[in-house]
Ligand binder design. Structure first.
Ligand SMILES: NC(=O)c1ccc[n+]([C@@H]2O[C@H](COP(=O)([O-])OP(=O)(O)OC[C@H]3O[C@@H](n4cnc5c(N)ncnc54)[C@H](OP(=O)(O)O)[C@@H]3O)[C@@H](O)[C@H]2O)c1
Length: 254
């Protein structure tokens, strides 16, 4: 039986670990060849490449600081030279300083917006010609509930995610007629390294989230990955420009 993403090439930003890694592995299981992208963790990225090769797919790891437009250009040059195509783009990498809005400096603002929001547009502008040449493409951006809700010490990241969701809607409209479908996914709390950066009692936060989640557990990276894979498949033709919340029902009660 032909796998749903057979013969596709997928680039997942920030896929050396966490949610991006799970997405890369799921897209590979569904048949795609994979570009693992990372900032500093080259060893972890190479380990994901090895896992994907073990699934019988091709994979490469490319490092690039997304805040730097030249590095973004180089990332896509390598993808083009290696695979000659890129059918699926997952904008997953994110960063940010855990601060309240009144504490933010220009440096905090620029770094967070450049990596999380501006680079998303640069990457997508670069990947679109590759998708247009095939008349098929799938783009999923990864947002967060902080785009619309106020979360502790999350001001800069939350604002950057609001930009990501708005960008997703604009691009979805511009690209739908080209056979390129753009959506966003917004995960609830997922236990990854990212959440250890916040100055909160992590154990209490995790316990509170589990207790308040109707589904009775935290969201896992694999939960996110399966939804992303569905949005990237031909099974999805008419979900366009949406932000899909994956939180086990948490926000329904909050
Ligand atoms: N975890 C959650 O609870 C949660 C909830 C809602 C939304 N999200 C969103 O889900 C996505 C993944 O989160 P995660 O928890 O898996 O994050 P994570 O474990 O912190 O991983 C972040 C990834 O982004 C890469 N990265 C960071 N800064 C970069 C930069 N300047 N240039 C290039 N790559 C960079 C990292 O590369 P290195 O490994 O090389 O450092 C890593 O691969 C993010 O968009 C996040 O906002 C997460």
């Amino acid at each position: 039986m032909k796998l749903p993403l057979y013969n596709k090439v997928a680039l997942i930003t920030g896929s050396s670990r966490g949610i991006g890694r799970a997405i890369a592995l799921e897209l590979a299981r569904q048949g795609a060849d994979i570009v693992i992208h990372y900032l500093r963790k080259r060893h972890a990225a190479n380990e994901v490449v090895t896992e994907i090769e073990g699934l019988g797919r091709r994979a490469i790891a490319v490092g690039a600081n997304l805040a730097d437009s030249d590095k973004v250009g180089h990332l896509f040059d390598v993808v083009e030279e290696t695979f000659g195509r890129c059918d699926i783009f997952i904008g997953n990498a994110a960063t940010g300083t855990p601060k309240d809005a009144l504490e933010l400096t220009n440096r905090h603002w620029d770094w967070t917006m450049d990596v999380n929001a501006r680079s998303m547009l640069h990457c997508i502008q670069r990947v679109i010609p590759l998708m247009e040449s095939k008349g098929w493409g799938r783009i999923v951006t990864i947002s967060s509930p902080g785009s619309t809700r106020v979360l502790p010490h999350y001001a800069a990241i939350g604002m950057s995610k609001a930009v990501v969701e708005a960008l997703t809607r604009y691009l979805a409209v511009e690209l739908a007629s080209e056979g390129i479908i753009v959506n966003a996914v917004s995960p609830g709390l997922v236990e990854t390294k990212a959440i250890t950066a916040f100055p909160v009692d992590l154990q209490a936060t995790l316990e509170f989230a589990i207790e308040r989640t109707p589904a009775g557990r935290l969201v896992t990276p694999e939960d996110i990955a399966r939804t992303v894979a569905f949005l990237c498949s031909d099974a999805n033709t008419m979900i366009v420009g949406q932000t899909i919340t994956i939180d086990g029902g948490y926000q329904l009660l909050a």
